[in-house]
Write a protein that binds this ligand. Structure first.
Ligand code: ZN
Length: 316
């Protein structure tokens, strides 16, 4: 007996409601077929982490906000394999205490994929209440949400199926003085790349993937021209899988960023960056870099592409 042949229901439920019930039932039955094969990344969670992190306020090296930012990361990853890499940077204002955070999710395959972002704001912007919602806030939130997904995968299967994935939240990417120079910038990644060269870690790294300024609502990720070709191709392939081609690599741009210390030491590296932020780049390194300029949608696109890129590297 089918549901609709039951006379009791037919007389009890008005005809119009029967039609609606039928539609709802049909939708429920069809839902598993119409959902995408793969669950999309939780960009809303990444945005919420960003909101909490940015609410700390400015977080330039030596500030109270920087200490709170460190505490925020320490607390969030307290149940994970977290390493704090404290060091002293020689800067134009003298020695400055800095700290990288490394979170490790072990994998079955021998080798490591590093996902990185800086997390501090610019020392030279300390007088304008600069919170860097996009420039380091958004990618800090992104990597935290990626961490949630990796944690869930490792909990289910003990380890990741592919390579180990390490999240790096590095300090001192921004220059201390307004003018960017090779010696006044990239403090955290220069320190970490040198340390990992000394202890042999560098040889295990299959890919170094950097996220920078990609929470922007108006997402337009450039092809950073020094980045390793095969990694660019893989990211392009990952974007294509989700129909995200229009957000990726329409323009070439050469950017000095945290991937360089690794690239220069022979590690395949890519900078996934949208350096064009606001009309005529007017939000970049200004007090306009606030939460209203970034979106969960952009973070979903980023997360989908990062997770798929990891999968493609694992298969390579
Ligand atoms: Zn910046």
């Amino acid at each position: 007996m089918s549901f609709w042949n039951c006379e009791k229901i037919k007389t009890w439920v008005p005809e119009e409601t029967q039609l609606w019930l039928g539609l709802v039932l049909a939708l429920l039955l069809l839902t598993p077929l119409t959902l995408p094969a793969q669950q999309r990344f939780n960009g809303a969670a990444a945005l919420e982490y960003t909101r909490q992190f940015v609410a700390i306020g400015p977080r330039w090296p030596t500030s109270q906000g920087h200490m709170k930012a460190e505490e925020f990361l320490r607390n969030h990853f307290r149940h994970d394999q977290l390493e704090e890499d404290a060091f002293t940077a020689s800067t134009p204002i003298g020695p400055v205490a800095m700290r990288n955070f490394i979170v490790r999710f072990p994998g079955k395959k021998n080798g490591v994929i590093v996902l990185a972002t800086h997390y501090e704001t610019n020392y030279w912007l300390k007088n304008i209440n600069y919170v860097g919602a996009n420039d380091s806030g958004s990618t800090t939130g992104l990597l935290m949400a990626i961490g949630d997904q990796l944690r869930a995968e490792t909990a289910r299967r003990k380890t990741l199926d592919g390579y180990s994935v390490w999240l790096v939240f590095d300090d001192g990417e921004e220059s201390i003085q307004p003018a960017w120079t090779d010696s006044d910038s990239l403090y955290g990644t220069r320190h970490l790349a040198a340390k990992w060269a000394r202890d042999g870690t560098l040889g295990k790294i299959k890919a170094f993937i950097l996220a920078d300024m990609i929470g922007d609502k108006d997402l337009d990720i450039q092809r950073e021209s020094q980045s390793t070709d095969w990694l660019v191709a893989l990211v392009r392939q990952a974007a294509k899988k989700f129909g995200y081609e229009r957000y990726f690599f329409k323009q070439d741009e050469q950017v000095s960023d945290d991937h360089l210390p690794f690239l220069r030491r022979g590690v395949p590296s890519i900078d996934i960056i949208d350096i064009d932020y606001g009309p005529n780049d007017s939000y970049h390194h200004t007090a306009k870099d606030t939460m209203d300029k970034i979106s969960a949608k952009s973070l979903t696109i980023d997360g989908d592409v990062f997770m798929e890129t990891i999968r493609l590297i694992d298969q390579r």
